[in-house]
Design a protein around this ligand. Structure first.
Ligand code: ZN
Length: 148
């Protein structure tokens, strides 16, 4: 990840070492599990949704720095969002890390720091794992999500 600028690296390292919203969520209304076999990242995502609004979001699991930082940043950004806003955020984030020439979006706020993973196809799966798990949780699917 040598060409990511230092500030971005610092934020990613901070979130991977001290993930926000880490742990289970008692009384979660939605949850899903995700697995990225390419890297071995695992995540369980918990959401508390009331009246179509995400009141709380937490996650558990173990994975590489990118997957953990992405889940940490994602759960931070989900709180207070409506379900449709969260789905839109998924699309914006997915576009940012998978499309050539995608530019940073103001709505993504701190999530823009993960744009650099676009240059590392293996790492894109790490960065998007939490997000695919989010969609699954919102859909109330109980199956394990795999990025493969
Ligand atoms: Zn990973």
């Amino acid at each position: 990840m040598s060409h990511l600028n230092e500030l971005y690296q610092e934020v990613i390292l901070d979130h991977s070492k001290n993930p926000r919203n880490f742990g289970d969520l008692k009384g979660a209304s939605h949850h899903a599990e995700g697995f990225n076999p390419l890297c071995g990242d695992r995540i369980t995502l918990y959401l508390q949704i009331e009246n179509n609004q995400i009141i709380d979001a937490r996650f558990e699991g173990s994975g590489c720095a990118i997957s953990t930082a992405s889940a940490s940043l994602m759960t931070d950004s989900l709180k207070g969002k409506t379900v449709s806003q969260a789905q839109k955020l998924f699309q914006q984030f997915h576009h940012l890390v998978t499309e050539d020439g995608a530019t940073e979006q103001p709505e993504l706020d701190k999530l823009n720091i993960l744009a650099g993973v676009h240059a590392f196809p293996m790492r894109v799966k790490c960065a998007t794992l939490a997000w695919h798990t989010l969609l699954s949780a919102l859909d109330q699917k109980s199956d394990l999500v795999s990025t493969e």
